[in-house]
Write a protein that binds this ligand. Sequence first.
Ligand code: GLV
Ligand code: GLV
Length: 321
Amino acid sequence: KKPYVFITRKLPTQIVQALEDVAEVKMWDSEEVQVPREVLLEEAAKADALLTMLSDKVDEQLLSNAPNLKIVANLAVGYDNIDIYTAANNGVVVTNTPDVLTDTTADLAFSLLLATARRIVEGAQYIKEGKWNSWSPFLLAGTDVHHKTIGIVGMGKIGQAVAKRASGFDMEILYHNRSRNTEAETELGAVYQSLEELLKKSDYIVCLTPLTEETKHLFGKEQFKMMKNSAIFINVGRGQVVVEEDLVEALKNGDITGAGLDVFYQEPISNSHPLLELPQVVAIPHIGSASVETRTEMMELCCKNIKDKLTGKEVKSILPN
Ligand code: GLV
Ligand code: GLV
């Protein structure tokens, strides 16, 4: 009997085909609607492999009732949705999709920074709403990016790729990370700082940390107060790294000038959330790695990891790595 693979979202059939030689594959039937929890649990109880989205919780409850499960391939580089310790204890391999999304996510982080600094979204709305009456000297005047200081919090591969882009804009590059990134220091001139120093000195603070017990609520009232009043905060990591009420307050009080957000405490964020009422906030729906090319590569990598596991080959990008 072929092993059973459950995929928690509808993916292109030509990508999934690679798996069908070795497994019976079932996909949740929607591209846009998340698989209900009960269905996920039911499928996990039968599955040899799961291909999951970052919005699916793979927790102790799921893992303790999945006797055949051998691998969970998560379609993301982040894996805070998965209890990797229980998985390891149960002999379940967990994989993510590093590397293939690095440059794509860095492109998005930098565009969000530029869009927020130069008020691109406000400008686009302004013209579409027919408000443009005349050229004026300070109409939608934003903040310069070139020659400013960027502070990258979370200097992994994506952070380093953001630093590379920043260096093309003649920016001074500061970073904070659990461990030193000597490659970013020697190749890009990035300077290691304590979080406090980084927050005080940076014009742009770019958050790329994964969500862990140590990083949850890392950015709150105190941290926003440390930032320059002219600072712009960019988050492309995970929403729960930020205390959102404190961010709203900081923006309203003028403790900081703007925010560009790709991730939120609760996703999807409600469109009545106070953050979305602020014109100086550029908000986008968790699309860091969302180019057609990269999402395709991520899906192919997940399928390959599952196929390798089910056919007894060596599996790459096993977590924790
Ligand atoms: C997206 O947030 C990812 O972790 O890949
Ligand atoms: C992964 O690629 C990271 O930036 O941590």
